[in-house]
Design a protein around this ligand. Structure first.
Ligand code: GLY
Length: 300
């Protein structure tokens, strides 16, 4: 049997677009978190593993890191609870899975993958997603364990100011593996002070996440309602399919988001030739990437 040709793997992760964190003391640990996420995905890719495994591994690291708005450390709803959204997509097969408004799963990206691989559905929400988690052996976590002291303090300050904003730090990953296959995943606690039951762009395939070997792997961040209105991830992937470079496609996509719906956000993207791209129309978007040089680069 002829071995399939290999190409250089690439991985890009993001830790969300928005305003720079008001606590500059978290800058270094946030960068470190992004680097660890990249390293976890790269360990898989550099050994010939699948892009799908790499994006799941990278997102799990960020879900476990309390400095990011996903898994533990998620933004709180108006009721002071955590409701998590996540999705994952395999560019080789166009299979995808997602979960929304989940309260008791520490790594919703893995539950999204289970929806993709072990159910006939694409998106499960709330109690139904939780009972599916138990069915496939994903243990429940105490919802209180997902609430960090920092998010509780922020919740109280923003509730007093009656302000609802994108929770800083939705996370995501996009990758190409050595066989040239693409995958993307995204995970979030959503907007701080969101109404219980509100679902943003993150679990909506084509809005928060998209992957197709024929175009690009994309993970978005920002104001979910606006991102859904323009199906941002699919738009960016389509720009690559139409001939734009990933860097151009990312810039065009955020320009369109701002122009059409006055949306604030950003995205990361990997094209079929392995070129990474990212862009944001917010003040900041934390991100890290690794590719040909085998070195993790990170920026806030
Ligand atoms: N982009 C995350 C959200 O709006 O829920």
């Amino acid at each position: 049997m002829t071995p399939s040709p290999t190409v250089t793997p690439v991985l890009v992760v993001h830790g969300g677009a928005g305003q720079p964190s008001p606590d500059r003391g978290t800058d270094a640990p946030r960068l470190e978190g992004l680097r660890r996420a990249c390293a976890a995905g790269w360990q898989i890719l550099s050994r010939g593993g699948a892009a799908l495994d790499a994006v799941e591994a990278a997102v799990r690291v960020l879900e476990d890191d309390p400095l990011f708005n996903a898994g533990r450390g998620a933004a709180l709803t108006a009721d002071g609870t955590v409701e998590l959204d996540a999705s994952i997509m395999d560019g080789a097969t166009l299979r995808c899975g997602a979960v929304a408004a989940v309260r008791d799963v520490a790594n919703p990206v893995s539950l999204a993958r289970a929806v993709m691989e072990r159910s006939p559905h694409v998106l499960l929400a709330g109690e139904g997603a939780s009972s599916f988690a138990r069915e496939v052996g994903i243990p429940p976590c105490d919802p209180a364990a997902l609430v960090t002291p920092a998010q509780r303090v922020r919740f109280e300050a923003e509730r007093d100011a009656a302000r609802s904003r994108p929770g800083h730090g939705t996370v995501g990953a996009a990758a190409r593996d050595a066989r040239g296959h693409l995958a993307a995943a995204t995970s979030t606690g959503g907007m701080m002070l969101k109404r219980a039951g509100r679902v943003g762009d993150t679990p909506i395939i084509g809005a928060g996440t998209y992957a197709d070997d024929a175009s690009a792997a994309v993970s978005c961040t920002g104001h979910g309602e606006r991102v859904i209105q323009v199906t941002l991830a699919r738009y960016a992937a389509d720009r690559v399919a139409a001939g734009a470079t990933p860097a151009e496609a990312a810039r065009e996509a955020v320009r369109m988001l701002a122009a059409r719906v006055q949306g604030e956000g950003g995205l990361i993207l990997v094209g079929p030739a392995g070129d990474p791209g990212f862009a944001f129309c917010t003040e900041a978007m934390s991100r890290a990437w690794i590719g040909r040089d085998g070195v993790v680069h990170a920026a806030l």
